[in-house]
Structures are given as structure tokens and as C-alpha cells.
Ligand binder design. Structure first.
Ligand SMILES: O=C1C=C2C[C@@H](C(=O)O)NC2=CC1=O
Length: 369
């Protein structure tokens, strides 16, 4: 699956209650230019509820005419699309979105990321025709709802049926049913309360239907029960988590991988695989001067056979005999192995830039032996 052309990242929210301001005198027409002069800002306080939104946002050219599919004459489905726009405003927004999920926003978990871009399905059924034509109606409504739910328009699925047979109460007048289906984290008592005010007053502007003639139903769904692009939100979270964990392996994973590489490369030896076989080459040749010992201030111990003019042991035939290591030699080799492990681990730590935050490995166990 190609995820490179994904929807833009959304700003991290401290709450799922979007805080939008809605100028009191804005008309329904103003909805087409929703978007604001700046990226969505989480304001510290809940703004007063007013009748119309984003009047001052007329200069936002970010959203072009959406593509509209019609499943039937009465039930168009709006699929929002964004144009590629390099206007300064769009750039500011892009930066804001990108930043939210890069360095400073990197604590967003895959779940957060998917949640912030998850689809929100909005179904409106009404028995009243709006004055605007359907594409514009859908576009405006989707744009508005995308802001209410603080996500890209590409995450909004909006359907409007203006020909519904609908009766609310005992009058046959204008009425509507609005269903909003979204991940559970986008549905909650406070969020719903606030969103209901915003949405119902906007519907009133668009369709002329009073809030008391409409019913809003919020349906939370789990990540397993919403899907798009061939995958559920849950599997998308899992996928991002897998990518995340494979991109940032722990130091221990890294060390063990390096060690296993060395184990593999030395597995051609007939000798059984042991810690010694994954050591640095200086361990294999015990007669060489260990760089580890040098850097750690420990010179190699004098080998008994190197001392003075001691002759190599020969077989009765005069051939050199493979010497059985003495106790001292064994001790020296053990020390070197330990020092080598220490060196290896410290080097890997250094490579990974972890030396400043982690205590260097010390082969304390072996020291006292
Ligand atoms: O249910 C959702 C599934 C996905 C998949 C992913 C994508 O765009 O490929 N993003 C999603 C969001 C959802 O809400």
C-alpha cells in the first residue's frame, strides 16, 4: 500500500473539543471560504457560541471546488479534495501540520496520528431544500465540519439527502436528522455538546431549519469498525507502530543485531559458537596486543612462553607442539574477552550516541574473578 501520498498530518490536539470562533453576523455563504488566516489554533477558553463562522476567512483559497459523486439524485456524496496550493497561507498551514508530527510533535503516537486523520461520516437527511446548489452545499458543509472536527477535508465523508420523507413531532414542517459517525475519541459529552451548537446553527443558516427541528445522533465506532483505503483504522495504527519500532530500535536490539552478525560471520569456524567467537579479532589472537587493554590502561599480561629465553615446547620428534595454555594464559584470555565485550558494547553505544545518557558497560563481574 502506498502511504507516501497521505493526507496531511493534523495538529496535535490537547483536547478533542475544537475551539472555533464564529462571528455573529456571518452568512451561510461565508462557509465557502472557511479556513482562517492561520492554522487552527487551540484556544484556552471556549468561545461564545455565535451564529456564523469564519466570516473573516474569505481569503482562504486552499479549498477548491470539490468533486461530487451522486449516488442518486437525492443523495449526493461529497468526497472532499484539496488542491495543491502554494499560497503563503497554505504554506503556513502545511508547516504547522508537518511540525505537529515531526520533531516537536513526535510524541504523537500512531494512534493519535490515525485518530487525527480518521474519517468522519456525516449524513444529513432533511425534507427541505437549501437555496444553494448541491455541490456548493456539500462543499460548504464538509468544509465547515472538517473544521469542527479539526481534520483535513479529505477525511470528511458528507452525504446530504434533501428529499427525505421525514417527520419530526406532529408537524410536517422542515426537519432534519443528522448522523455523525466517528472514532470514539471524537465523540464525547462535551465535544458533542459544543459541536451540536455549532452544527445546528450552521444548518439553520444553510437550510433555514431551527435547531429544535433537527436531531443529531453521534455514533462512536472503534478503530476496528471504521475503514478506508483498504484498511481499518486499527490496522493502520498497527502498521505505523511497526514502522515506528523498526525505525528506532533500542540500543539492545542494535547490539544484539551486531553481535549476531559477528556470530554469523564467524560461524564458519568448526569451534562451537561461544561469546569468544563474536569478540573482536584481538581476542582470537591472544598473542597480539589488545587495543582494548591499551585504551583501558591495562597492558597484556606477560605470557609465560614469552618470558626471557624460554624455548618453545617441542615434541619428541622435534616438532613444535600445540601448547596447552597455562592457568595464567587462560586468565589473560578471559580478561581480554571481557574487555573486548566491554569495548564492543561501548563502541556501539558511542555509535548510537547514547554514551551521554547511558553508563558505559563495565565487565565488573569478571574483574574480581
Ligand atoms: O479507518 C481508517 C483507515 C485508515 C487507513 C489510513 C489510510 O488513509 O490509508 N487512514 C485511515 C483512517 C481511518 O479512519
Amino acid at each position: 500500500m502506498d502511504h507516501s501520498t497521505k493526507k496531511p498530518s493534523l495538529p496535535r490536539l490537547t483536547t478533542n473539543i475544537p475551539l472555533l470562533q464564529k462571528p455573529a453576523n456571518a452568512s451561510c455563504d461565508a462557509l465557502q471560504t472557511l479556513g482562517g488566516n492561520a492554522p487552527p489554533v487551540i484556544m484556552p477558553e471556549r468561545p461564545a457560541r455565535t451564529s456564523s463562522m469564519f466570516k473573516e476567512d474569505k481569503h482562504d483559497e486552499e479549498n477548491i471546488i470539490p468533486s461530487t459523486r451522486f449516488t442518486s439524485e437525492s443523495m449526493p456524496i461529497y468526497v472532499s479534495q484539496k488542491s495543491v496550493d502554494d499560497s503563503p497561507l497554505t504554506k503556513v498551514k502545511k508547516l504547522y501540520y508537518e511540525d505537529a508530527f515531526t520533531a516537536r510533535g513526535s510524541h504523537n503516537s500512531p494512534k493519535d496520528r490515525v485518530t487525527h486523520e480518521s474519517v468522519v461520516v456525516v449524513e444529513l437527511k432533511t425534507n427541505t431544500k437549501a437555496k444553494d446548489d448541491t455541490p456548493k452545499l456539500l462543499s460548504d458543509f464538509a468544509h465547515f465540519l472538517a473544521q469542527v472536527y479539526q481534520r483535513p477535508e479529505t477525511s470528511m465523508l458528507v452525504t446530504i439527502d434533501q428529499n427525505a420523507d421525514l417527520l419530526f413531532g406532529n408537524t410536517s414542517g422542515s426537519a432534519y436528522l443528522l448522523k455523525i459517525t466517528a472514532l470514539s475519541s471524537l465523540i464525547g459529552p462535551l465535544t458533542n455538546l459544543r459541536n451540536t451548537g455549532l452544527i445546528q446553527s450552521t444548518i439553520q443558516e444553510m437550510f433555514g431549519i431551527a435547531p429544535d427541528k433537527g436531531v443529531v445522533i453521534y455514533t462512536p465506532v472503534s478503530e476496528d469498525n471504521v475503514a478506508t483505503n483498504g484498511t481499518t483504522a486499527r490496522s493502520e495504527i498497527d502498521r505505523l507502530e511497526r514502522i515506528g519500532s523498526s525505525n528506532s530500535p533500542s540500543i539492545f536490539k542494535s547490539i544484539s543485531r551486531s553481535m549476531s552478525r559477528r556470530m554469523k560471520s564467524s560461524s564458519g569456524n568448526s569451534a562451537p559458537l561461544s561469546l569468544t567467537s563474536v569478540m573482536s579479532p584481538d581476542v582470537v589472537n591472544s598473542t597480539s596486543t589488545s587495543p582494548v587493554a591499551v585504551t583501558s590502561g591495562q597492558g597484556p599480561l606477560p605470557r609465560p612462553d614469552q618470558a626471557g629465553d624460554k624455548k618453545p615446547i617441542e615434541s619428541p620428534k622435534g616438532e613444535p607442539v600445540q601448547q596447552v595454555p597455562s592457568k595464567e594464559e587462560k586468565f589473560e584470555r578471559t580478561l581480554k574477552k571481557r574487555e573486548s565485550l566491554k569495548s564492543f558494547v561501548n563502541r556501539r553505544l558511542g555509535e548510537l550516541g547514547e554514551l551521554t545518557t547511558m553508563k558505559p558497560f563495565t565487565a565488573t563481574k569478571g574483574k574480581k574473578d
